[in-house]
Ligand binder design. Structure first.
Ligand code: C2G
Length: 129
């Protein structure tokens, strides 16, 4: 079984996220999503989530392409996660291109093109206008 992992906040889940998750899942047989906790988002990513971790987790778990959701508590856990979950492929959108190449000695590292026209920032801006 080929195991894939990806990381993110996934707040205001939108079709750009879904595109990424479906492509990530298609690279293997089992997709793990390491979901940024509220604390990690606030303390390390300066992101205030609209939906709590539990609500974001529930939405991701409802997706057919997602097999497991685990917490992302810090930037440093990726190496351990890849070992612990026996990950074959690490996937991120290409806005992160190159940032996680240090994992290449543990697993395949794949950066997928982002869905260009959609972002949570854009959604919030559109709702204000
Ligand atoms: N994404 C995408 N297309 C978009 C928006 C996002 O493909 N229009 C991808 C991102 O590239 C990322 C994933 O969807 O791979 C989740 O995006 P975010 O929730 O914004 O995640 P981010 O804040 O980048 O956190 O340790 C890594 C971080 O947790 C990544």
């Amino acid at each position: 079984m080929k195991r894939v992992i990806t990381y993110g906040t996934y707040d205001l889940l939108h079709y750009g996220h879904i595109n990424l998750l479906q492509r990530a899942r298609a690279l293997g047989d089992y997709l793990i999503v390491a979901l940024s906790t509220d604390e990690f988002n606030w303390n390390s990513k300066q992101k205030k989530c609209y939906f709590s971790y539990e609500k974001r987790k529930k939405m991701l778990e409802a997706l057919r392409c997602v097999d497991l959701v685990i917490p992302e508590n810090n930037w440093e856990q990726k190496t351990e996660d890849v070992q612990l979950y026996k990950v074959d492929t690490f996937v991120m959108g290409d806005d992160w291109k190159g940032k996680f190449d240090f994992l290449k000695d543990q697993c395949e590292v794949v950066y997928l093109p982002r869905t260009p026209e959609i972002s949570t920032t854009q959604i919030k801006a559109d709702l204000k206008s």
